[in-house]
Design a protein around this ligand. Structure first.
Ligand SMILES: [Fe+2]
Ligand SMILES: [Fe+2]
Length: 272
């Protein structure tokens, strides 16, 4: 029979092993200090609007090295079991490799470049809202142009490539992909609400929904550029990269000159 101390250690190890299966938002609520540790490893879960990822998936998706994974778990263990010894779990990885690649494959690079144009428009939203609050007519005109861009470029053109093509190559029930799809939906509802507020000249509604959309999408793009796309690029085979490129090219052909016209509008909003 196990003595009392050995039994306590066994329970602690079991709880530590189980923590990796728990939802990250839940863990942070219970142990707020863990948020700062995740930030230290650039795992920005605190700003996530959905929060359905498990700790184990977050660590795999961020492609931490084994040494960093161990150091991260040790810091988490020190918060949950301060001053106590606990066995550090090791994750079996579904996708090998670390998040140290700098170069994206050509189709993923296309999506990253589209993000740049989307970010130009997101960056103009605070100024647009300010103009609207000052009752300047150019504010409303700019808001309408921004909504046209978001609907046709960010959503129909860019999100269609993600939702209809790229994400379909992966298990869409994976937490991070489900979160991305959910955020696209939340974004759409803000855009619908902002457009409705413009029709009713509801200035507070325009401000609320455009501002919420800009914050949501800026964080969404950061997660895709820094976490999701590098993870997907590590997982894609050469033949999948080729298929992706071909399918994206079909989308480009179907949309004709429209995306470039909208991208040109986005570029007018930046000094870069
Ligand atoms: Fe997305
Ligand atoms: Fe995206």
């Amino acid at each position: 029979m196990l003595n009392r101390i050995a039994f306590i250690v066994k329970v602690r190890n079991y709880l530590m092993e189980k923590i990796i299966e728990r939802y990250i938002k839940e863990i942070i609520t219970e142990y707020p200090g863990i948020a700062a540790i995740l930030d230290e490893y650039k795992i920005g879960c605190t700003g996530c609007s959905v929060g359905t990822c498990k700790l184990r998936d977050i660590i795999e998706i961020h492609g931490l090295s084994e040494a960093d994974e161990r150091a991260l778990f040790s810091k988490i263990a020190a918060i949950i079991f301060p001053g106590q010894t606990v066995a550090i779990p090791k994750l079996p990885r579904k996708i090998a490799g670390q998040a140290n690649q700098k170069k994206f494959s050509p189709p993923i690079k296309m999506l990253v470049d589209e993000h740049t144009n989307i970010k130009y428009v997101l960056g103009a939203i605070p100024g647009t809202v300010q103009l609207i609050k000052e009752n300047r007519p150019e504010g409303l005109a700019l808001a309408k142009k921004a909504i046209e861009f978001i609907r046709n470029y960010a959503d129909k053109f860019h999100h269609a490539k993600e939702e209809e093509i790229l994400f379909k190559l992966f298990d869409e029930t994976t937490d991070i992909i489900a979160t991305m799809n959910k955020e696209h939906e939340i974004g759409r509802s803000h855009v619908r609400a902002a457009a409705g507020a413009i029709d009713k000249m509801d200035l507070a509604g325009i401000e609320e929904h455009l501002t919420a959309y800009a914050a949501l999408l800026a964080e969404h793009i950061r997660k895709e550029d820094e976490v999701l796309y590098p993870w997907m690029d590590r997982a894609l085979t050469d033949s999948q990269v080729g298929i992706l490129y071909g399918k994206f090219a079909e989308v480009e052909r179907a949309f004709g000159d429209e995306p470039e016209r909208l991208a040109a509008f986005a570029r007018t909003l930046t000094d870069e």
